[in-house]
Design a binder for this molecule. Structure first.
Ligand code: GDP
Length: 194
């Protein structure tokens, strides 16, 4: 779609802080440093709308961005960053789980993983949790530019086996070359055009 506007709305840690316009929401999750901020910025064609969040020790929040006054992107805090203090780490599960299980506006989730490596234990834990809760989720393997062409399919196949999805359901993405942008938007459009 043409992105006419993309603006930060608010940050929240609990339902009282979520926006109340009732617009459909697409959430983005992934390990810290996987390339989540880069992916969102590329999708929106905005260089620095979303900044890298994982400053160790900083309070983690859900960050809401309103797009075209029609839908909302929700940047979930990155998980699995070893340097985050345990007390902040402990917040991640309940805060994200509460959002994912109660938010009626949530249309689907983009789960970002790294094409260079098989999904991690943390990745699989979240993916399996999403499946068991019946949430719509699209797996994206990013940093595809870092993987030689001959290795991309085998890497995607390994991920598809671990995730339990068809390899054709996985979107390969690169913020550097912008490959996968159209394919990912094609998966998101049904979620936001309701
Ligand atoms: P986040 O912590 O998940 O939001 O990750 P960032 O978007 O901040 O990216 C983490 C690092 O990976 C940064 O140095 C990015 O420049 C780099 N990066 C992100 N996406 C890609 C990609 O598709 N290809 C390459 N080569 N680097 C990427």
């Amino acid at each position: 779609p043409v992105i006419r506007s993309a603006e930060y709305v608010t940050s929240a840690v609990a339902p009282q802080g979520y926006p109340q316009e009732g617009l459909p929401e697409v959430a983005f999750a992934g390990r810290s440093n996987v390339g989540k901020s880069s992916l969102i910025n590329i999708l929106l064609g905005r260089k620095k709308l979303v900044r890298t969040s994982a400053t160790p020790g900083r309070t983690q929040t859900l960050n809401f961005f309103r797009i075209n006054d029609a839908f909302v992107f929700v940047d979930l805090p990155g998980y699995g960053y070893a340097k985050v203090p345990p007390e902040i780490r402990k917040q991640w599960g309940p805060m994200v789980e509460q959002y994912l299980t109660t938010r009626r506006e949530l249309a689907g989730l983009v789960h970002i993983m790294d094409l260079r490596h098989p999904p991690t234990a943390d990745d699989l834990q979240l993916w399996n949790w999403l499946q068991s809760h019946g949430l719509h989720a699209v797996p994206v393997l990013t940093k595809a530019d870092k993987v030689p062409r001959s290795k991309r399919l085998p890497h995607a196949q390994a991920a598809s086996r671990l995730l339990g999805v068809a390899v054709t359901d996985i979107v390969l993405f690169s913020a550097t070359t912008r490959e996968g942008v159209e394919a990912l938007w094609a998966r998101l459009l049904p979620w936001i055009q309701q």
